[in-house]
Design a protein around this ligand. Sequence first.
Ligand code: GSH
Length: 203
Amino acid sequence: MAKKLHYFHLNGLGESIRYILHYAGEKFEDIRYDYSKWPIKEVKDSLPYGQLPLYEEGNKSLNQSLAIARYLASKANLLPADAWQQAVLDATVFNIYDFWSNCKKIIFEKDPEKKAAIKKEILTEIVPYYFSRFEKELKAGNGFFGGKLTWAEFIFIGIIETANLFIDATIEQDYPTVVALLKKIRSLPGVKEYIATRKPYTV
Ligand SMILES: N[C@@H](CCC(=O)N[C@@H](CS)C(=O)NCC(=O)O)C(=O)O
């Protein structure tokens, strides 16, 4: 069954999905649109809510990055069997997305002074608030959110790399457990080869 992921040539909300697909060894068509040319009317009009990512499997299609990532994770054995543990990791994933929601305004700010002020707020307030908590949770789980590799770590690396691209920083640098986790994910089979061939992202 043909599998296709539609997203921009950006990490954004698509990269975690790409990482999971590569880790799972899935063959898929990695369809990328140029964000600088967006909106491409015929593509946007064809999307259920006008936004990407969109994942297709045969004649079925799914929007919402977390629904896609969670579905693929369940097939790749990246979800715990226990319902409570699944809910705990869902909460982790929403915490990671909340972090990014607090940073996102930097993307749309064009004024350099205002952009610098947002960057300062992110680095001095938002990152310490969330990353001290992420670091603590990772430490308690032997380097993983739930004690072993699950979809939460893939969501985490995707959002960190996106934040770093848009903020122009290395937000994880003061959090050694986070740094160690990123290193582990980047050396996973499938992921490592994907990163080695990936074309750089620019904004
Ligand atoms: N909640 C949605 C948000 C999707 C979203 O915001 N997509 C953005 C890119 S990250 C998009 O398609 N922007 C172009 C547009 O809205 O026209 C998800 O997680 O998939």
